[in-house]
Design a protein around this ligand. Structure first.
Ligand code: NAP
Length: 243
């Protein structure tokens, strides 16, 4: 039986790279996005030649009803869910913590933590024969991101704890839960932070001398979802060029 995997935020960046690699690995895929239907359609078109079944669902992961609709669409159209990639995330303009607005704070918590928990609940309820969940966190969780986005780093640390607890809670049901912690990766998320060229700027601080590519994160996610990782749960796989 082919795996059936839900990827949140699969229309762009790390999520889109993950959808493409999962399709080549034979996963049927339901991915969601929030606004960019054109980008979602492009990903669907790209993976069509692989022959897997795939759907793109417009669903905001912070809304419990839309999350329920995403997982219901995945189950009814593709079959029982065996995988979840909690990836849809956001940040806010860089700056010191004292300048952070309550709107930006609440949004970062809502998307990066509440959304992950809502999707994990749906997956845990629906994975009846085991499965695997990957939470996309950030190296920021241990670096703290001073002067940039401490609130984002703190929320990503909460993601890491979500993995630890869920791995223990779901292990007896043969559901593995792991974290991938990317360093700075070339995606559009840096436009939201107001520093689109951030990956170029941080290169000299990274031991490997460069920012990463979305495909380098996707490869780690695909491995953690695969049978090759059958005894790996509760782990954090840092993919950050040495940072
Ligand atoms: P990105 O390029 O900005 O893409 C974000 C994706 O998530 C898009 O498909 C977007 O869809 C979707 N999305 C955003 N909010 C959503 C919501 N509320 N509901 C549903 N979908 C939503 O981001 P990325 O850089 O690939 O980041 C992916 C993950 O990696 C995030 O969790 C991020 O925190 C983490 N990460 C990224 C980096 C980095 O340097 N890029 C580093 C560490 C960790 P729309 O376009 O339709 O809104």
């Amino acid at each position: 039986m082919s795996p059936v995997t839900v990827v949140t935020g699969g229309s762009r960046g790390i999520g889109a790279a993950t959808v493409r690699q999962l399709a080549h690995a034979g996963h049927h895929i339901a991915f969601c996005y929030r606004t960019d239907t054109t980008a979602a359609d492009t990903v669907l078109r790209d993976i069509h030649p692989t022959g897997v079944r795939a759907i793109a669902v417009q669903a905001d992961t912070t809304d419990p009803e839309q999350v329920d609709a995403l997982f219901t669409a995945a189950t009814t159209q593709l079959g029982d869910i065996t995988g979840l990639v909690n990836n849809a995330g956001t940040t806010s303009p860089v700056g010191p913590l004292v300048n952070l607005t309550i709107t930006d704070l609440r949004r970062v918590i809502d998307v990066n933590l509440v959304g992950y928990i809502l999707c994990a609940q749906q997956a845990a309820r629906r994975m009846t024969t085991g499965g695997a969940i990957v939470n996309v966190s950030s190296a920021a969780a241990t670096l703290g991101s001073p002067g940039e986005y401490i609130h984002y780093a703190a929320v990503k640390a909460a993601t890491d704890t979500l993995t630890i607890g869920l791995a223990k809670e779901l292990g007896p049901r043969q559901i593995r839960v792991n974290t991938v912690s990317p360093g700075t990766i070339w995606t559009d998320i840096h436009t939201i932070s107001g520093v689109p060229d951030r990956p170029a700027r941080i290169a000299e601080k990274v031991p490997l001398g460069r920012a990463g590519e979305a495909d380098e994160i996707a490869a780690a996610i695909v491995w953690l979802l695969s049978d090759a990782a059958s005894y790996t749960t509760g782990a954090t796989l840092r993919v950050a060029g040495g940072l």
